[in-house]
Ligand binder design. Structure first.
Ligand code: UD2
Ligand code: MN
Length: 568
């Protein structure tokens, strides 16, 4: 009896020791990449300390918690990929020894290939995001990925990350549009993965028409666009679908994290950025304006953005169609993000970046593919179309910033103008004032002109008096009193400017020291009239002898018609 008890204790002790060892081994086991050397260099470059054979995650700050997203357990991989033979797919196209790993894709292909298709990545969200909850009945989405000659390893990782890190009920389908890549198998073989469909273009269309083709064949009510070299992060999809479900006019995008083009490290992007641009229609990331930043007490709240980067966003399908999809006369790459962003804002929607949604993207320094019409001409054509259709009088700043755009072909924009009219969209001035007031209008070059009314000219008289006088002198010999500089919003003569004396009709117009911020000095041309921006009244000479006043604007009335004649 004693022996039996002793045996039982020995067995229990051995089982306990073995169990402890197994537990420790499980805990220390590397969780992700088949290539431990690759993951070590990556890890070190962004703060994960790694010892060979052991992965230690250190939380070095609370804004960017270093929580590793779990790779799926082996039993999940079967149903995830169906009959698809991943090994054969990747082996079908390999970098040959001695080949430049950057040549074909403008990123390090060797490193991408070594990574495997389901590495773990850091959860880069603010720690508060993990405790948010979303509706149980969110609508499902069609994921649309267009690509031209994408590397197989990046394309597959994009798809697998979506399948691994999205609730499967939210993924209706993944539509791949192969934009006439050299090897049709790149796309077709992937269609063996459950939910993945492959559409191949019969000729190179560019990403804009390809996305429209994808959207037209989508069966879900929500569209999700991705580039072909992304990795989605934990819970990336729910916050975006939730916002769109609550208000279908919102167009939302994630914070786009950076996947290094050299070592494929997954790096957290700043959560204080939004999309902006300069007058040449060059996209840039910029800091959220300081007032907005101060007002943000909750870091999980959406960030309003004047434009989106373009590649990664979620949009209600009927809203996408209602707003006119994309301008399908744009070719290959570029400009479509401005066109879409202006259209969404000006025609009743909004754009936002959701900090609790994170998607990694390989940002490259050059295009790895050719542009049949040339890179510069294509960008000009596309941005010119966006400027001509949406930017109204502000397009002049685009042309001054990009003089080479003048005279370049951009095709007919008639149907896009009709669309703008039909949708009853707001003017670009509204966008400037309400969505992107931080975009400064460039200082115009001072051009001197006379302001002619009939045969008479507006002139300053003495201290602050004004009146109409006979036009004198020619060209540069005009008297100083009749030379005006129209630099919106000011009408100036040296350091004095036209100002109204009160905001009521009939108030006298006088001269005073210029101050761009003074509402009484702000004017803008309205046909041949000069309108005071704040009161809405027009500059009126009343009687040729008396001082000018402001009065209700009446088109074509002689006393309100000011013809600026440039002095050469
Ligand atoms: C950014 C956007 C991109 C697009 C572009 C402006 C992000 C992360 N990326 O440039 O989506 O809005 O700005 O147009 O915001 N592609 C084709 N056919 C082509 C050319 C490209 O299918 O003829 C594919 C390409 O394989 C990729 C996607 O379009 O999946 C975007 O191209 P990119 O990655 O070269 O553009 P990117 O990220 O520099
Ligand atoms: Mn891209």
């Amino acid at each position: 009896m004693r022996r039996i008890r002793a045996n039982a204790i020995a067995i229990l002790t051995v089982a306990w020791i073995l169990g402890t060892f197994y537990y420790l081994w499980q805990d220390n086991k590397p969780q992700s990449s088949p290539s431990s050397s690759a993951s070590q260099t990556r890890g070190r470059s962004h703060g994960q300390k790694l010892v060979p054979g052991r992965l230690e995650i250190h939380r070095d700050d609370r804004t960017i918690p270093l929580i590793v997203t779990q790779a799926p357990q082996p039993e999940q991989q079967g149903p995830l990929l169906g009959g698809f033979d991943e090994r054969a797919y990747l082996a079908g196209k390999q970098l040959r020894p001695g080949d430049d790993p950057y040549r074909e894709h403008a990123f390090n292909l060797q490193e991408s290939d070594r990574l495997g298709s389901e590495r773990a990545i850091r959860d880069t969200r603010h720690y508060r995001c993990a405790s948010l909850s979303y509706d149980a009945d969110l609508p499902s989405t069609s994921i649309i990925i267009t690509f031209h000659n994408e590397a197989r390893s990046t394309l597959l990782r994009t798809i697998k990350s979506v399948l691994m890190r999205s609730p499967s009920s939210l993924i209706q389908e993944i539509i791949l549009i192969d934009d006439f890549s050299s090897d049709p198998d790149d796309c077709q073989l992937l269609a063996q993965i459950p939910k993945v469909r492959c559409l191949r273009n019969g000729r190179r269309e560019g990403l804009i028409r390809s996305r429209v083709r994808g959207a037209n064949s989508a069966s879900a009510s929500v569209l999700t666009f991705l580039d072909s070299h992304c990795e989605v992060n934990a819970d990336w999809l729910q916050p975006m679908i939730q916002r769109v479900k609550e208000d279908h006019t919102r167009v939302v995008s994630p914070i786009i994290d950076v996947i290094s083009l050299d070592n494929f490290a997954y790096l957290a992007a700043s959560a204080d950025l939004r999309g902006g641009f300069d007058w040449s229609l060059h996209f840039k990331w910029e800091q959220i304006p300081i007032e907005q930043k101060m007002a943000r007490s909750d870091p999980t709240q959406p960030i309003r953005t004047p434009v989106i980067a373009g590649g990664i966003f979620v949009m209600d399908k009927s809203w996408f169609n209602h707003l006119g999809q994309y301008d399908t006369h744009m070719d290959i790459w570029g400009g479509e993000n401005f066109e879409l962003s202006f259209r969404v804002w000006m025609c009743g929607g909004s754009l936002e970046i959701l900090p609790c949604s994170r998607v990694g993207h390989v940002f490259r320094k050059r295009h790895p593919y050719d542009f049949p019409e040339g890179n510069a001409l294509t960008y000009i054509k596309n941005t010119r179309r966006a400027a001509e259709v949406w930017m109204d009088e502000y397009k002049q700043y685009y042309y001054s910033a990009r003089p080479s755009a003048q005279g370049k072909a951009f095709g007919s924009i008639a149907d896009r103008l009709t669309l703008r009219r039909k949708l009853n969209c707001k003017p670009f001035r509204w966008y400037m004032e309400n969505v992107y007031p931080e975009l400064r209008v460039p200082e115009q070059e001072a051009v001197s002109s006379v302001l002619k009314q009939g045969g008479l000219c507006l002139e300053s008289r003495g201290t602050d008096g004004l009146g109409l006088g006979e036009c004198r002198g020619i060209g540069a010999n005009r008297p100083q009193a009749q030379k005006w500089e129209l630099i919106e919003p000011l009408i100036r003569q040296q350091d004095l400017c036209l100002a109204i004396s009160a905001f009521t009709s009939g108030s006298k117009v006088k001269m005073e020291h210029c101050n761009t911020k003074e509402p009484r000095q702000k004017w803008k041309p309205k046909g041949s009239a000069l309108q005071h921006m704040v009161s809405g009244f027009c500059l009126d000479s009343q009687t040729p002898t008396g001082p000018p006043v402001i009065a209700q604007c009446r088109p074509q009335v002689a006393s309100q018609s000011w013809e600026p004649q440039i002095i050469t």
